[in-house]
Design a protein around this ligand. Sequence first.
Ligand code: TLP
Length: 339
Amino acid sequence: MIDLRSDTVTRPTEGMRRAMLEAPVGDDVFGEDPTVNRLEEYVADLLGKQAALYAPSGTMTNQIGVHVSTSPGDEVLLHEGSHIFVYEAGAPAMLSGVQLRTLSGEAGVLDPATVRAAVRPEDVHFPRSRLLCLENTHNTAGGKVFPLEDFAAVAATAKELGLEVHLDGARLFNAQAATGIPASEWCAHANTVSVCSSKGLGAPVGSLLAGDEETIREARRARKAFGGGMRQAGIIAAASLYAFENNIDRLAEDHARARNLALGLSEAGYEVQEPETNLVLVAVDDPPDFLQALAREGVLATPGKPGYVRLCAHLDVGDTEIETAIRAAARITPSAIER
Ligand code: TLP
């Protein structure tokens, strides 16, 4: 089976496993795990933030980000296709008692006018608009980069209107690899940033929330409350540290493979959205049916935005697997069937 469902399916490499085996550990709830502490410092530095907090998942770091910037009853503005809205099981309502207000925007981008129009005036009837969540790269848009200038402009509007900004940067380093712009440049416009080591960077688990020291102190409390306080977590944090140290630059290889995949699929007759990073969206009439047919041909993918399936290039697939996947998909296109 060629597994193109997600970059989350990668297995730790030899070097990563060795780093895990050799990691010095302590009790991280006491702040005594040297590997976790090193990882948090490393990532804070990488993102240009004062501090960072290690947590089990991107969902948890997003939810902690939402939690530390809001109070129950507040309103959070975010794109209608954002991961926090679509894929996090209603957690903002469950864990933070906030209301989500979804906004539209091309390719996952929100513009300043849309945000300005959505922010509520001060009035006893209205919820308080408190937080804007942005996502880069944008998953349901097909791994699109949020252009830095647009990001800075919408974040500036949010701040002017008294909102905080949270960046879901689960695949932020893909944006860095695609543009050559350091991840920290986007982070400079956000109060909190969530990044994942378990996506394209290839760690088995682990995300970090970065921000200023006071926010991260609060975040540490929220992590405990959400059940994410871990003990000798250095064992897994070592994999994340290895991922950040070794696997950022190679993301460009995934992007090249995603481009090849897109090209091969469009040559086979598919309507394919041109990838900017490692995600490829393919339009199909009946996504569940198509995914089953593709699986019968030995390739796994997932549903994408409505009417699309998503295929993902990652650390565990090489050029051969991409070629095989193209041939498998070509066998099930209507044009291939007619021939
Ligand atoms: N996304 C997963 C699925 O949940 C859809 C994937 O396969 O793409 N933010 C973004 C933008 C994400 O894409 C994801 C994972 C997360 C947050 C959540 O990360 P985890 O899975 O660690 O909770």
